[in-house]
Design a protein around this ligand. Structure first.
Ligand code: DSN
Length: 456
């Protein structure tokens, strides 16, 4: 008998094909990435690392051919080593890094490994506060890292930008070991140069080195596509990211760094220069066991795709689409946090726009095949059980090829659904509007089917 799981996978294929994905942290991977993920590499254990001593002149053929002694704890690594070295090499090239650790299973694992590499228990990290748009792994009290380290949060201004004065004031007060720029709901371009200057100013007054870390999970694809500044080019030592958002790879994490690259076997002195080696030791054996080599192969394939010239067009189109969608929404009466967007992400203040919260809007849009998520706004101050807004973005729909005219249609559908939510007043009452919602759903389905999902 066929496993029921495959029926459900087929149903998910239908859901993805017939709907439009607006969650800004999701995307559709290529057939090649899917193929690498579903390969026999999942059968292999490979704790440890291949031998990669920095940039070898970017000669892929040489990397794929050379068999080198490694730092692994299992035999049979001939092919695995070369695949992982290709992934490292491509990641370094994409992000101008001296070193890449491609093993983190997720973005959270990547961030935790950096904390473990650089901090001692009780040390302070200064990051964007969660209500301002920061991420759970940047110090939310419910996380393990928040039990071990001390997190201080900086905020955003009313205009939606990082409050750099607050950041500087707090850095001088709390004397952090890490200053962290990163977010999951922020629509501006960070001023990395300014943050580096703040770090240098604070570091001059303190006895310890301060690590500059950027969690660029949301915008890594925009950085790879050359349309967003790269923190490593502005003096940051470390950049973490997931590989599945704008970067359009498999689900996973990645840590890029600048500094000395050497064998992970010997514990180096804890200095900023040694951060790549400290990170390797913090990922394995520090916080993870065996790497997922099928995922690492898929990361290598995705990095290869992102190195191609057409990825630059993709990145440009993500932002173009987001800006058009934001403009159309504003024209229709939507209030957007930060008055629009400079990246792929839009945060709608549904409460201020129409008087209802993000949950009812998320549910109603789900009913017409548009997927996004209810999201707190800085004004909710972290206490909102029912957040005042929704978060959406354009990476996935841009992969499918939607462009200017479709953004206008999307905005109109979203306004129609907003009007329905306003009339309905509650999620339960949405059933009274089933006919209207189903009519829009038919239109969404018809459009979505014109833009096939890769791999389906
Ligand atoms: N869960 C991701 C997001 O949706 O932004 C962040 O990890």
């Amino acid at each position: 008998m066929k496993d029921l799981v495959f029926d459900l996978i087929n149903q998910e294929k239908v859901r993805q094909s017939e709907g439009l994905e607006l969650i800004p942290s999701e995307n559709y991977v290529s057939n090649a990435v899917l193929k690498a993920m579903g390969s026999v590499l999942t059968n292999k254990y490979s704790e440890g690392y291949p031998n990669f001593k920095g940039v070898p002149g970017w000669d892929e053929a040489k990397i794929a051919e050379e068999i080198l002694p490694n730092y692994r704890y299992y035999g049979g690594q001939t092919n695995i080593d070369r695949i992982e070295r290709l992934a490292i090499d491509r990641a370094c090239r994409l992000f101008h890094a001296d070193h890449a650790n491609v093993q983190p299973h997720s973005g959270a694992q990547a961030n935790n490994a950096v904390y473990y590499a650089w901090l001692n228990p009780g040390d302070t990290v200064l990051g964007m506060s969660l209500p301002a748009g920061g991420h759970l792994t940047h110090g939310a009290p419910v996380t393990l890292s928040a039990q071990i380290y001390h997190f201080v949060g900086y905020g955003v201004t009313d205009a939606g930008d990082i409050d750099y004065d607050d950041l500087e004031k707090k850095a001088l007060e709390c004397n952090p070991k890490i200053i962290l720029i990163g977010y999951s709901a922020f629509m501006k371009i960070p001023d990395f140069e300014r943050v580096r200057k703040i770090r240098d100013k604070v570091a001059a007054k303190t006895s310890h080195e301060i690590l500059l870390m950027a969690d660029m999970a949301h915008v890594a694809g925009l950085i790879a596509g050359g349309i967003h500044p790269n923190p490593l080019d502005y003096g940051f030592e470390v950049m973490t990211t997931t590989t599945h958002k704008t970067l359009r790879g498999p689900r996973g994490g990645l840590i890029l760094s600048r500094g000395n690259v050497a064998s992970p076997l010997k514990k180096p002195e804890k200095t900023l220069k040694n951060i790549p080696i400290l990170i390797d030791r913090a990922v394995f054996p520090g916080t993870q066991g065996g790497p997922l080599e099928h995922i690492i192969a898929a990361k290598a394939v995705a990095f290869g795709e992102a190195l191609k010239p057409e990825f630059k067009d993709y990145a440009k189109n993500i932002v173009k689409n987001a800006k058009i969608l934001a403009t159309e929404l504003i024209k229709l009466g939507f209030v957007l946090q930060g008055d629009g967007t400079d990246n792929h992400l839009i945060l709608i203040n549904t409460k201020e726009s129409f008087g209802f919260d993000g949950k009812i809007y998320e549910k109603a849009l789900d009913l017409i095949g548009l997927t996004l998520n209810a999201n707190a706004l800085p004004s909710d101050r972290g206490g909102a059980f029912r957040p005042s807004g929704v978060r959406l973005g354009t990476p996935a729909i841009t992969t499918r090829g939607l462009g200017d005219s479709e953004m206008k249609v999307l905005a109109l559908w979203m306004k129609k659904v907003a009007d329905i939510c306003k009339d309905a007043g509650s999620e339960e009452n949405l059933t009274k509007y089933s006919a209207e919602l189903e009519t829009i759903h038919d239109e969404v389905r018809a459009l979505a089917l014109k833009f096939p999902v890769p791999g389906i």
